[in-house]
Every structure is written in C-alpha cells, then in structure tokens.
Design a binder for this molecule. Structure first.
Ligand code: SAH
Length: 259
C-alpha cells in the first residue's frame, strides 16, 4: 500500500457530463469523499460512487463561500484517514478556481496530488457557439484572463492585452464588464472589435449574444447574461457568424445541434 495519501484534483468540464474525461468518471466512481464546487453540474454528480459522501463547497464569486482553509483541512484530514478524496472543480482544475493553491497546500501537507485535466469553459463556451479561439486567420493566439482579481492576485495589464492581437477570453468578467471594456478601449482596442458572451455553456440554460466592444456591456445587461459566463473579445468571433456583429444576436440553441 502507498504510505503517502493521494488527493485527486478533477476537472468536471463546463457542464454537460458527456464532456467529462473517462479518467474523471473512473476516479469519481472510486471516490469515498467528493468536495465539489457550486459550478459543477448536478448531472456530473450522477457519476460519483453512490456510497461516497459529497460535500458542496461553494466558491461562487460575490456570495458567501466556504473558507479555503476549511477545504484544505478536510481534504488533508480525510486523505490521512485513508479515504479516497476527490476535489471536483468546474472546467479544468488548473484554470482559475484556485486549483494551483489547493495543489500547493496539499503537497505542503505531504500529499501526492493527481490532477485530472478537464475541458475548460474558456475553450468550450466559445466552441459551443462556433468560435474557435485560436483561428489563425484572425489571431496568433489566445489569452485567458480573469475579470476579477482577488486581493492576492497580480494586476492585469489590459493595455498590453489590447495591443496583443490575441483573442481575449475573460473568466469571471460579466460583473466587471464595463470596467474591462473601458480599460481595453483606453489601451487602444478599436470599439468595433467583435465580442461575444456565453452564459452557462453546455448546460440546459446556455445563452449567448454577439456584440462589439462598444456594445458589450449594454448587451450583457440587456439580455441578463449572468455568471457563470465567458466573454470573448477578438476577430475570431467573425469565424462564428455570417451575421456580422453590428447587431447583438441572442440564441438559446446549441451550435450545430438541430432541435
Ligand atoms: N476552472 C474553471 C473556471 C473556474 S472560474 C474552468 O476551467 O472553466 C469560474 C468562471 O468560469 C465563471 O465565472 C465563468 O467565467 C467560467 N465558467 C465556468 N463554467 C462556465 C460555463 N458553463 N459557461 C460559461 N462560463 C463558465
């Protein structure tokens, strides 16, 4: 038997359980204890071992959330007791959502950490409306940024991003949309730059709208495109729509999937 306890940091993908990896499903089936984020879709939890205990530890921005130290201490204590502990996180465990911090705390406590990558919403949400984030006809690459910098986080240089020509994929950005747009405009990004917002991608509540940098925050507000949502800013949006981006378009239909 391995004397060093292991904790699994598992990505749940953006919502639809069909976007779980086979490894994630296997690890969930073998779990004794699952600590799971708010954002994880209930349908994903159907893959958890029925005998396992599932603890919901909310980390939703703006709401009261479970203390990070509490999450660390439960994982460490239960893994030391010999339980197979799984930390289940929305999307990919190492893309925002404090996966790096949790991994560091676990390793510091002498645990082995196994990371099971998941499909991140920053790629899957744009893809759900036909936006290929690195279409090289439109952008040389993509930047994943947070719209919500926590107290300990590094500041974001929006002016450099505005000049970068990269596709900008903003997580946790809808609440601060106006400020983000202002910073990008100040950095020189043309107001006609295409943009899109996708809310609750790959769930039955998925909705999206197209806009331009000039109309993005009004579009978000007008259509109540609320968290969880991804903002995409850049010419790659043109690859998704032949409709142009002058008028916002709202749709609930999933890309490419007929009614
Ligand atoms: N680890 C996650 C991100 C966690 S941060 C991942 O890789 O996807 C939480 C943010 O992710 C939300 O505020 C939102 O910006 C984004 N997000 C997560 N799930 C989403 C979904 N289904 N649709 C749109 N955005 C989502």
């Amino acid at each position: 038997m391995n004397p060093i306890p292991t904790v699994w940091l598992v990505g749940a993908g953006p919502g639809d359980p069909e976007l779980l990896t086979l490894r994630a499903v296997r690890v969930l089936r073998e779990a004794d204890l699952v600590l799971c984020d708010d954002l994880v879709d209930d349908r994903v939890l159907e893959h958890v071992n029925p005998a396992a205990r599932v603890l919901k530890v909310g980390k939703r921005g703006g709401c009261i959330s479970t203390d990070q130290r509490f999450i660390h201490s439960v994982m460490i204590r239960e893994a030391h007791r010999g339980l197979r502990v799984v930390r289940l996180k929305g999307g990919d465990p190492f893309v925002f959502g404090r996966g790096g911090e949790e991994c560091a705390a676990l390793r510091e406590a002498g645990m082995t950490v196994e990371v099971v990558s998941g499909i991140t919403s920053g790629i899957a949400a744009p893809a759900a409306i036909g936006v290929p984030v690195t279409d090289r006809r439109f952008a040389p690459g993509v930047a994943f940024v947070t719209g919500h910098v926590s107290g300990s986080g590094l500041p974001i240089d929006w002016a450099s991003l505005a000049r970068s020509r990269l596709t900008l994929v903003v997580y946790m950005g809808v609440a601060r949309c106006e400020a983000i747009v202002a910073a990008l405009r100040e950095g020189g990004l043309p107001v006609g730059t295409p943009a899109a917002v996708i809310s609750a991608a790959h769930t039955p509540r998925q909705r999206h709208a197209f806009a331009t940098l000039a109309t993005l925050s009004a579009t978000v507000a007008a259509h109540e495109l609320t968290s969880p949502a991804i903002l995409v800013i850049g010419d790659v949006i043109l690859a998704a729509t032949e409709l142009g981006v002058a008028e916002p378009v709202l749709a609930t239909k999933r890309f490419g999937i007929p009614d």
